[in-house]
Write a protein that binds this ligand. Structure first.
Ligand SMILES: Cc1cc2nc3c(=O)[nH]c(=O)nc-3n(C[C@H](O)[C@H](O)[C@H](O)COP(=O)(O)OP(=O)(O)OC[C@H]3O[C@@H](n4cnc5c(N)ncnc54)[C@H](O)[C@@H]3O)c2cc1C
Length: 461
């Protein structure tokens, strides 16, 4: 069955977020005829309610801190306040500009954009607005939504990141439920904007998926910034009234605040979309695929947050490119999940790629691992910026670097080199021979590799 124009597309993509639009753009670039179905806004979570708006808020937060701290650098400045209308206008202008650019890009590649909510009604057909859109291949890319906990209803003073991005004021106090990436980023923004923030995390550490040394360093830095947090403590319930929200913990403690941000992870948006009816396997809502992102059903693939693994925009982009190339018959190399860089953009930033020390010992054997921590205190540019932190490298003895873990201001910008090192399986000796510009924070990566290669320069051995 073809659509009303009789077209059978080479690829029908359901969902126009990072994963879906990357599939569409790469598919079109390869000469395939692509339909892209989107019920909301092209660009999805990342562009409209994820990566981009949060990073705009974090940049405004950094400026607020700079204004507050100018005197440390001999600059007479003070923070008079946060004009949330102005902050939101700036954030929206960034999002708006990128949205316009993306719309133009999709149009220029001659992708057929269909607006509306799609549903898989046959292995090769999506129904949208009563229209049947048929494809030789179908790519599921419907993304994710902010999850809550059983019995915890979102509304009023209890919000998710979606509402947090639209706030027209700085709250006086916030409880952040969940000390993962999204939780610590909002905690960081609100603290810089002047709010009292308390993070509640059920696991023993903040950012629990990172190398424990980074978690502990972030906890120290947050303590110093006056961001309160409780770890290893479970949420029991929350009520709200005109005065605020009252969050009770299983420890018996109650924390009162103006708002409760629920940041307990994101669930896959796959419910009621016809996936299971067509034989696609779901596990707790996530679409199960093989390593080539094929669902095992007809020519149906899946990309992005609905596929179990890291929920990151750049993973979605790469998966989209992969699937388009797979469909085009280019037989691309599979994506190594542990080679995907991860950045948490709070202050201080965290950036990592590859295996944590614990994981590396598990995979390669306890005695087969060497590691080094290079303190940013010995790095000129970090000193100039007034940041502390470190770079931790994990290598296989006499073998490649398998993990790069960093904490400190702006270290997110260093992960590009880190991911090349890990993914190209560089040995510390290879990196030690490469010249890093002085004074840059990048130099700290070079110094860390010098140290791991047994010839530290600006480090105490
Ligand atoms: C607050 C926050 C901050 C984040 N920060 C970062 C970051 O800094 N870096 C990073 O890499 N990642 C970040 N992420 C994660 C990132 O946004 C996601 O990993 C990424 O958006 C996933 O892309 P996707 O294509 O799988 O899904 P989505 O971006 O969610 O896109 C799915 C699209 O499908 C559409 N859709 C759903 N169902 C249907 C249907 N039935 N019919 C038609 N269309 C449909 C939706 O409208 C949506 O546009 C952040 C997320 C959040 C929430």
């Amino acid at each position: 069955m073809a659509d009303s124009t009789g077209t059978v597309f080479d690829i029908v993509v359901l969902g126009g977020g990072s994963g879906g639009y990357a599939t569409a753009l790469r598919g079109a670039q390869l000469g395939l005829n692509v339909a892209l179905i989107e019920s909301g806004k092209l660009g999805g979570t990342c562009l409209h309610s994820g990566c981009i708006p949060t990073k705009a808020l974090l940049h405004a937060a950094e400026l607020a801190d700079n204004a507050r701290d100018g005197h440390h650098f001999g600059v007479s400045s003070e923070l008079h306040g946060i004009d949330m209308a102005g902050v939101n206008a700036y954030k929206d202008s960034v999002v708006g500009g990128l949205y316009k650019g993306l719309q133009g890009l999709v149009k220029s590649r001659s992708v057929t954009l269909i607006e509306g909510r799609g549903r898989l009604v046959a292995a090769d057909t999506v129904e949208v607005n009563g229209q049947l859109v048929q494809g030789r291949n179908v790519v599921l890319a419907t993304g994710s939504y902010a999850r809550s906990l059983p019995g915890l209803e979102i509304g009023g003073r209890i919000i998710t990141s979606d509402q947090a991005l639209e706030l027209d004021h700085v709250p006086g106090s916030v409880v952040v439920l969940g000390g993962g990436v999204i939780g610590v980023e909002f905690a960081s923004v609100w603290k810089s904007f002047g709010a009292n923030v308390t993070i509640v995390e059920a696991l023993p550490h903040l950012v629990p998926n990172e190398d424990e040394s980074l978690s502990k360093a972030l906890e120290r830095a947050f303590r110093k910034r006056g961001i309160a947090f409780q770890v290893d403590v479970r949420f029991a319930g929350a009520t709200q009234d005109d005065n605020g929200v009252h969050v009770s913990l299983e420890s018996g403690e109650t924390i009162d605040a103006d708002l409760l941000l629920v940041a307990v992870g994101r669930g896959p948006s796959t419910n009621g979309l016809g996936y299971e009816e067509q034989g696609v396997t779901l596990d707790r809502g996530f679409v199960i695929t093989n390593e080539r992102l094929h669902t095992g059903v007809a020519n149906i693939y899946a990309v992005g947050d609905i596929v179990p693994g890291l929920q990151l925009a750049h993973r979605g982009f790469q998966q989209g490119i992969f699937v388009a190339e797979e469909i085009a018959g280019l037989a691309p190399a599979t994506i190594n999940e542990s080679g995907i860089p991860r950045v948490t953009y709070c202050d201080p930033e965290i950036a990592s790629v590859g295996l944590t020390e614990v994981k590396a010992r598990e995979v390669h054997g306890t005695d087969a691992i060497d590691m080094v921590e290079y303190n940013l205190g010995g790095n000129g540019k970090s000193k100039i910026l007034g940041t502390t932190g470190f770079i931790k490298l994990v290598r296989v003895k006499n073998g490649p670097v398998v993990g790069v873990h960093m904490i400190g201001a702006r270290v997110g910008e260093l992960i590009g080199e880190g991911q090349l090192i890990v993914n190209w399986e560089a040995h510390p000796e290879d990196v030690a021979a490469l010249v890093h510009a002085h004074p840059t924070q990048n130099e700290a990566l070079g110094e860390a590799h010098l140290a791991l290669a047994g010839k530290p320069l600006h480090a105490h051995s």
